[in-house]
Ligand binder design. Sequence first.
Ligand code: SAM
Length: 224
Amino acid sequence: SDHQLEYPVSPEEMDWQKLYPHFFDEATSKMTKEVTIADIGCGFGGLLIDLSPEFPENLILGMEIRVQVTNYVEDRIIALRSNNAATNGYQNISVLRGNAMKFLPNFFRKSQLEKMFFCFPDPHFKQRKHKARIITNTLLSEYAYALKEGGIVYTITDVLDLHQWMVKHLEEHPLFDRLSTEWEKNDKCVQIMRHATEEGKKVERKKGDKYVACFVRLPNPTIM
Ligand code: SAM
């Protein structure tokens, strides 16, 4: 459970060099970039891998709570980095084992993120389990804190009830506005998210439906 996990006290305390050695500057002992894209509950890492070449200037982080799954993604990234060493490929993606529902502010400072992905989150079907869902009012305020103004929350699921739940909570939240289907059509991440993840591929094989909803992080209201 969580108490076996190690968390930095604050984002500044986090050893990012370990995750993205290519973006560490020896001369200044500082990172040259920070994480701006997060894949929450990244599973086997398919999204990270497809996003990597599309966003070479961004550091992309997968968060995953299961140890074995995290280790698998780690190995996958090590192999990709070594097979693409000549071009420094896949240096911009990494994975972290952690509970995204509890310790996000330990990893990300205010307004750090440009994009957050929630791909095929665990549905927690039973009513009494709904509070375990990854999108709730309380957690949305944490996501809004980590996201910058104009940042995007991406959601996709094959479970209609969960889709409606996520849309409802995001629409009710004062710091998020839903983006149009026209916007979705023109966004390359939506296209990638539909097909890149392992869960998405499974749904494709079963010819299931996929429900997408994207939201923009609004400016904080000014207090008159
Ligand atoms: N996004 C991946 C995909 O589309 O293939 C994985 C989807 S899978 C159904 C949900 C994943 O979220 C699982 O790998 C699970 O371990 C992870 N997860 C669930 N709760 C989490 C939490 N609180 N923090 C981080 N990861 C979590």
